[in-house]
Write a protein that binds this ligand. Structure first.
Ligand SMILES: Cc1ncc(COP(=O)(O)O)c(C=O)c1O
Ligand code: FES
Length: 405
């Protein structure tokens, strides 16, 4: 069975060029970049090159503004915790109701353990931020604003440059979780007021377990991980050199292919969306119709539990998801859909440069029958499932009146 990955917001395939770039750093080039000898120096040069590759991708002013971390989650934690430390006379955080758990769980923890006041700005039914509520939350008590660049479930893009400018007016630091946006959207951080930005390798065809935190020149920063002097004293611990080199190469490729990728990927995404809306009644696209990642389609199917469709599609080799990977599988409703007051569960299809027209056509071939079946109508043709599959799907769909609506 041919496998079709339409779950690229969960993770992406590592580009073969990335793998090739990494391999020598497991074999010959195993030196420690902090060592004085030539072994270490060559590896240190490779780490520097990766920093420059990332600098180019996000439009940072200096390569030293980039610190390598273990991924998006660590970068988010490091940014927020540093801000609370350097702005110790301020005790409030502004964030959105639809952030990744890397931000929301930390905020809830800080609220409980340190008495930090957290403002979670609501969104409308398209997932757009309530700008009035945002402005109202901004006071001189706010240490940091942490608002994502693009949402992982709906693909809705927040106007982060504008939001950062407003945060500056009250002297707050501005951090953005750009894990889903980096490599998909053009960026020029030096022309914005964004102070810190998180990114992650595995969302842009790089390896897992590597990411970076951008910290604008002049912004005070306290390292989350204490120890040695690596990463300009911003992240202790011997560097993950193969991962760093891989992330650098992934960044270079993302920049090189961004325009082409996005044109083609968006065309595929739109073809799938339009195909589903035309073929299957009572479906609609969630997320902002205009300000949306070019690779993400989040589609609500009325009267079907979100988990049922990904479950049945996976049986025919198609991977997609019913929300973020962190919530699906736990049978927890998606906090993003709840924040949007969505009346229905939704299925996320997320593309990458490895997808083709044939992938879209295959989904359009099998999905109508699956949906008909789950809605309890007679079905025929492709998508015929076993009694066991049918039972599971119907069982999942019977939970449709649950807390997602
Ligand atoms: C928006 C967002 N932030 C943070 C993360 C976490 O990144 P990582 O898996 O590198 O820790 C993810 C990944 O799912 C994400 O989508
Ligand atoms: S809802 Fe759990 S098996 Fe159906």
């Amino acid at each position: 069975m041919r496998l079709i990955n339409l779950d690229n917001n969960a993770t992406t395939r590592v580009d073969p060029e990335v793998v090739q770039a990494m391999l020598p750093f497991f074999t010959d080039q195993f030196g420690n970049p902090s060592s004085m000898h030539s072994f270490g120096a060559a590896v240190a040069a490779a780490v520097r090159k990766a920093r420059l590759q990332l600098q180019a991708l996000i439009g940072a002013e200096l390569d030293q503004e980039i610190t390598f971390t273990s991924g998006g989650t660590e970068s988010d934690n490091a940014a927020i915790l540093s801000a609370l430390e350097v702005m110790s006379n301020r005790t409030e955080i502004v964030t959105s109701a639809v952030e990744h758990p890397a931000v929301l769980t930390l905020c809830a923890h800080l609220e409980k353990t340190r008495g930090v006041k957290v403002h979670r700005i609501p969104v409308d039914r398209h997932g757009r931020l309530d700008l009035d509520a945002y402005r109202a939350a901004l006071t001189p008590h706010v240490a940091i604003v942490s608002i994502m660049w693009a949402n992982n479930e709906t693909g809705t893009i927040f106007p982060v440059a504008k939001l950062a400018g407003l945060a500056k007016e009250v002297g707050a630091l501005f951090h953005t979780d750009a894990v889903q946006a980096v490599g998909k959207l053009p960026m020029d951080l030096k022309s914005t007021a964004i102070d810190m930005l998180s990114l992650s390798g595995h969302k842009l065809h790089g390896p897992k377990g590597i990411g970076a935190l951008y910290v604008r020149r002049g912004v005070r920063f306290r390292s989350l991980i204490k120890g040695g002097h690596q990463e300009h004293d911003r992240r202790a611990g011997t560097e993950n050199t193969p991962g760093i080199v891989g992330l650098g190469m992934a960044a270079e490729l993302a920049l090189k292919f961004m325009d082409d990728d996005n044109t083609r990927v968006k065309w595929l995404r739109d073809r799938l969306e339009n195909g589903i809306l035309q073929r299957i009644p009572n479906t609609f696209v969630t997320g902002d119709p205009l300000e949306r990642l070019p690779n993400t389609a989040n589609i609500a199917f009325e009267n079907i539990e979100g988990d049922a469709i990904p479950f049945l599609l996976s049986r025919v080799g198609i991977a997609c998801s019913s929300g973020s990977a962190c919530t699906s599988g736990s049978l927890e409703p998606s906090h993003v859909l709840r924040a949007m007051n969505a009346a229905h569960a939704a299925v996320r299809f997320s593309f990458s440069r490895y997808n083709s027209e044939a992938d879209v056509d295959r989904v359009l071939e099998v999905l109508p029958a699956i949906v008909e079946r789950l809605r309890g109508f007679p079905s025929s043709g492709p998508g015929e499932r076993s009694a066991e599959d049918l039972q599971s799907g119907l069982c999942l769909s019977s939970r449709r009146t649950g807390s997602r609506s």
